[in-house]
Design a protein around this ligand. Structure first.
Ligand code: ZN
Length: 106
């Protein structure tokens, strides 16, 4: 079980942010994803739900979603999961595109 560095609250293993105080949790690196919508594409709220299901948090700013990770094998797993989510299930045939950026958090 993981704990928040800032307030000590117990946090979910996959959490990117503490639900109690909003502190960033876990990994040294962060995966940022931007989702583009086209007319006739899926409901953005549905997309947000799908993203949350695989551990991403909605973020404000240049990117739409973010998730922390610790090492490259975890990164590989997340990317695979992300591609599967955006390609399949209720988002099939959508006009979604995504872009991955890894930025180091200090
Ligand atoms: Zn906290």
């Amino acid at each position: 079980m993981a704990y928040c560095d800032n307030c000590g609250q117990e946090v979910k293993e996959q959490a990117s942010f503490c639900e109690n105080c909003g502190q960033e949790i876990g990994g040294k690196m962060k995966l940022y994803v931007k989702v583009y919508f086209t007319p006739g594409g899926p409901d953005p709220l549905k997309v947000a739900e799908e993203m949350e299901d695989i551990g991403f948090e909605a973020v404000i700013g240049e990117y739409d979603f973010a998730r922390s990770f610790g090492d490259l094998s975890e990164y590989g797993k997340i990317v695979k999961q992300l591609k599967k989510t955006l390609r399949g299930r209720s988002l099939e045939g959508s006009g979604i595109y995504f872009r991955l950026n890894t930025l180091k958090t200090s």
